[in-house]
Each structure stands twice: as structure tokens, then as C-alpha cells.
Design a protein around this ligand. Structure first.
Ligand code: COA
Length: 346
């Protein structure tokens, strides 16, 4: 029986020009290029230019996705931007994107979704719900980040990992039996605040009081500077995050296949969140997939948080790897913790 489903009709992406190599990082903190590559798979990442905002990256990715979909911005019914690094606390980056794309300002909603590295999966899930409910026919979903703005560039445990970028998809409602988004699965567990967080406090709009636990704990120069300037930075207990990510992703891929009565061998492509090649390898192993069936961009992009899955997806769609009729499994894990998956019949 056919049912109302969301089909991805266009993808796009954008990366800032500036490449930051491992060698450059090794000149900034106590690390080596080979350590970074061996432990994470990352060789380089992109960094937004001074003054280049998350909305700038988002608009460029969105324009490509709209062009690929063959529709104009005014035909959209909803705009969602997944980001943890919005231009401003408010208004949302989605409203800035709406104006800059020339989308309809009289009838459509636009809002941000914050689920850190799982943001794009959360946003796709939300878009799919609007479409299945009949509330929207065409939805623009963007994952865009300028994580370089919230990195402590003196912390070797985190500054080697992250990069900036944006990816986007256009979804369209259609009647289908087995095409488009087949299922979405999202979760959160707020017990792990101290394993992965941003220290941002009240000075730029957060609700916590100065001196509260959201403020940088450290009294080193960088911590004090962050407090004075009113922005926070990422802190992470990488090893523990790593273990939780592997466990959560193993569980979510099993659940996703079970929910669709599919087996591991049915999956044509894994498009994972690009945090660490070792996490990606372990999910691929769990699925019994060869790395030839996994879209990997981590070596060139690093971890671009909510942008990582749509950046990888766009690359594999544009270079012709992902073909109509194939089964594509996207998954992500991030701060919160949050995690989730989306299964698509292309
Ligand atoms: N260069 C050299 N040494 C480093 C280093 C770096 N850039 N970063 C950490 N180290 C050191 C640590 O200080 C530690 O030294 P010690 O044994 O003397 O204390 C040692 O390497 C091992 O640290 P550990 O944190 O156990 O390393 P790891 O193998 O877990 O790798 C990460 C660290 C951050 C690469 C890894 O934990 C990771 O990728 N975690 C998950 C990241 C992630 O997915 N985050 C976002 C979720 S979306």
C-alpha cells in the first residue's frame, strides 16, 4: 500500500576555503600529524574565514541543494537548520537563511534544531514528520556549523577534531510504497553533560548565572579570556565519549534494520557521522559492510558536527556512488548525548 513519504530530491554542500592541516596543528599544540591521523583518521579540516558565519555556509549549501532539486526557494514550505553554532542566540539561523534565500516570508515557518552532531538526523526526522502529517510538501533541511568558533585552540584533545562546513537536502512529499525515508530513530540521554559540552554562559544569552557551572572552570588565560569575551568552548572526555558512541551506534543500526524487516546485507551505503574513523570502522564492522560501502570524508573534513552527514551524503550523490533504488543508512551520535538514524530508499 502506498503512503505519504519524504523523498530527497536534491543535495548540496559547502566548505570554507581555508584548509587547516595536521602539521599546522602540530605547530600550535603538543601533538604530531601522525598521532592525529592514526587516532582519528583526520588529515585536514576547513576553517571559516573571519566574518564568515554559519548562515553564510548554510545559504551556499542550500542554493546547491535547491538547484539540484530544480525548485525555487519560494516553493519551500519549511526551512530547518541544524546547528550548534548559530550566528546569534536569536533570531534563529533558519530565519536568516529564509530571508537570504528569498523564501516565502508570508506563510512558511523556519527554525533551528540543536542536537549537536546528531542535529541533521533530528532535523530530517522533524521534516519527515511534517511531510507525513501533510503539513509541508517541500522542506529544506540544512546542517551547518562553524565549530572553529567554539574550540579552545590550546586543547589538543579537541582542537584536532573539528572543522566547519554545511550540507543541505530538499525533501518532497510523494506517494510511494518503498521509496524515500523509510524510518527515523532518534534518542537523547541527558546524563552525560560533563563528558561533552560547551562552556558558554550567561554573557552571551545563556540562562545560567555568571560563576555557575556553565562557566569555564579553568583560571588559565584561555578560560579567563573566554569568560571576558563571553563565549564558551568545547570540553570533552574523548575516551568515554568514544565508548558511548560505539555502543549507541551499534544499537541504533540494529534497531533500524529490525524496524524495517531488513538484514545487514540489504544496506548499500552507510553514511555515518564523521567524528573518528575508528568509530566509523566499528559501525561498518557491526553491519558486516566493507569500507567500500561506507562514505568517508573525515580525513578531509574532520568532525563538522551537524554538517557532517549531509556533507558526506552530497559527495556520494554527486559523484554517482549513491544510485536510485539503493538503501542508504545515515547515523550520528553527539553531545547530550543524542543519537539517531535515518534509513532511506534512494
Ligand atoms: N596528540 C597527542 N596526544 C594526545 C592528543 C593529541 N592531539 N590528544 C590526547 N592525547 C593524549 C592524552 O593526553 C593521553 O595521554 P596520557 O595517556 O599521557 O594521559 C593519550 O593521548 C590517550 O588519550 P585518550 O583520550 O585515551 O586517546 P584516544 O585514543 O581516546 O583518542 C580522541 C582521543 C579524542 C581522538 C578520541 O577519544 C575520540 O575521537 N573520541 C570521540 C570523539 C568524538 O566522537 N567526539 C564527538 C562526538 S560527536
Amino acid at each position: 500500500m502506498s503512503t505519504l513519504r519524504s523523498r530527497i530530491i536534491g543535495t548540496g554542500s559547502y566548505l570554507p576555503e581555508r584548509r587547516l592541516t595536521n602539521d599546522e596543528l602540530a605547530a600550535m599544540v603538543e601533538t604530531t600529524s601522525s598521532w592525529i591521523e592514526e587516532r582519528t583518521g583526520i588529515q585536514e579540516r576547513r576553517i571559516a574565514a573571519p566574518g564568515e558565519m554559519t548562515s553564510d555556509l548554510a545559504v551556499k549549501a542550500a542554493e546547491q541543494a535547491l538547484q539540484a532539486a530544480g525548485i525555487a526557494a519560494w516553493e519551500l514550505d519549511l526551512i530547518l537548520v541544524a546547528t550548534t553554532t548559530p550566528d546569534l542566540i536569536f533570531p534563529s539561523t533558519a530565519t536568516i537563511v529564509q530571508k537570504r534565500l528569498g523564501a516565502d516570508k508570508t506563510r512558511i515557518p523556519a527554525f533551528d534544531i540543536q542536537a549537536v552532531c546528531t542535529g541533521f538526523i533530528y532535523a530530517l526526522t522533524t521534516a519527515d514528520q511534517f511531510i507525513r502529517a501533510g503539513s509541508a510538501k517541500r522542506v529544506l533541511v540544512i546542517g551547518a556549523e562553524t565549530f572553529s568558533r567554539i574550540i579552545n585552540w590550546q586543547d589538543r584533545g579537541t582542537c584536532i577534531l573539528f572543522g566547519d562546513g554545511a550540507g543541505a537536502v530538499v525533501l518532497e512529499a510523494h506517494e510511494a510504497v518503498d521509496q524515500g525515508i523509510l524510518s527515523t530513530h532518534i534518542y537523547a540521554d541527558g546524563s552525560y553533560l560533563d563528558l561533552l559540552r560547551c562552556t558558554t554562559g550567561v554573557s552571551d544569552g545563556g540562562s545560567r548565572v555568571p560563576g555557575g557551572d556553565a562557566q569555564p572552570q579553568s583560571t588559565d588565560a584561555r578560560g579567563v579570556q573566554a569568560m571576558l569575551e563571553g563565549f564558551g568552548y568545547v570540553t570533552m572526555r574523548g575516551n568515554e565519549v568514544f565508548k558511548r558512541a560505539v555502543m549507541a551506534l551499534e544499537q541504533i543500526v540494529d534497531e533500524t534494520l529490525e524496524a524495517n524487516n531488513l538484514s545487514k546485507s540489504d544496506v548499500d551505503w552507510l553514511v555515518p557521522h564523521q567524528a573518528n574513523i575508528r568509530i566509523i570502522n566499528s559501525t561498518a564492522k557491526r553491519l558486516g559492510m566493507s569500507m567500500d560501502q561506507v562514505v568517508v570524508t573525515v580525513e578531509r573534513h574532520g568532525n563538522t558536527s551537524a554538517a557532517s552527514v549531509p556533507l558526506a551524503l552530497d559527495e556520494a550523490v554527486r559523484d554517482g556512488r549513491i544510485k536510485p533504488g539503493q538503501l542508504v543508512l545515515m547515523e550520528a551520535f553527539g553531545g547530550g548525548f543524542t543519537w539517531g538514524s535515518v534509513l532511506v530508499r534512494w
